[in-house]
Unconditional design. Structure first.
Length: 174
C-alpha cells in the first residue's frame, strides 16, 4: 500500500471513529491536529502526499500524523514491493486478521453508525478472538442476548417490540 492510500484510509477510519459517518476531509484533519496537538500541517501538503506528488514526508510530519492517528511512525511509508501484511505467528495472525476484518466491516457499515462503532470497538479489544467467542456464547445461551440487551440497551428493545407489533398488524390487515 502506498503512503497516500494509507493516509486516505486513516482519514476514513478517523471519520468513522468521530461519528462523522464519512471520511474526515483533509481540512478537518488539519483543523483537528491544530486543536488537539497544537501543531500544524498544511492541507496542500496532505493533498500532495495523498496524490503521490510528494512520495515522502519529513520526519516531523510523519511523527505528527502518527501521533494524531495513533499509529507507529513506521506505518506511514510506502510498503516495499511484494510486502504482505500477514503475520507469522499463528495467534497474532488470527488476531491481526480479525482486527483487519472488523475494521473493514466497520467501513462497509458506515451508514449504520451503531454497527460500525461496535465493529471498531471489537477490533480495538486486546483479545479480539475472545471477544467474538464471548458473543458466540451469549448467542448460544437461549434468551441471554435478549435479556442482556434489555438490561444494557432498553431503548433498542422498545424499538424492536414496536417493529414486531407493526408487522403483526400489517399481517392481520391482509
Amino acid at each position: 500500500m502506498k503512503l497516500g492510500e494509507k493516509i486516505r484510509y486513516l482519514r476514513e477510519v478517523e471519520g468513522s471513529l468521530r461519528g462523522l459517518n464519512r471520511p474526515m476531509t483533509q481540512q478537518e484533519l488539519v483543523k483537528a491536529i491544530r486543536q488537539e496537538l497544537r501543531k500544524s500541517i498544511s492541507q496542500s501538503y496532505l493533498s500532495q502526499i495523498e496524490n503521490g506528488a510528494r512520495p515522502h514526508m519529513t520526519q516531523s510530519s510523519r511523527a505528527l500524523l502518527a501521533k494524531f492517528f495513533k499509529v507507529h511512525p513506521g506505518f506511514l511509508v510506502d510498503d516495499p514491493e511484494g510486502y504482505h501484511t500477514e503475520l507469522t505467528s499463528d495467534l497474532r495472525t488470527t488476531e491481526g486478521q480479525l482486527d483487519v476484518w472488523l475494521l473493514q466491516g466497520s467501513e462497509r457499515f458506515v451508514s449504520d453508525p451503531e454497527v460500525s462503532d461496535v465493529l471498531i470497538k471489537a477490533a480495538r479489544e486486546k483479545d479480539t478472538r475472545r471477544c467474538l467467542l464471548l458473543l458466540g456464547a451469549i448467542l448460544d445461551t437461549p434468551g441471554l442476548g435478549e435479556r442482556l440487551l434489555e438490561a444494557l440497551r432498553p431503548e433498542l428493545m422498545a424499538g424492536a417490540k414496536g417493529r414486531r407489533e407493526n408487522r403483526r398488524g400489517s399481517h392481520e390487515r391482509l
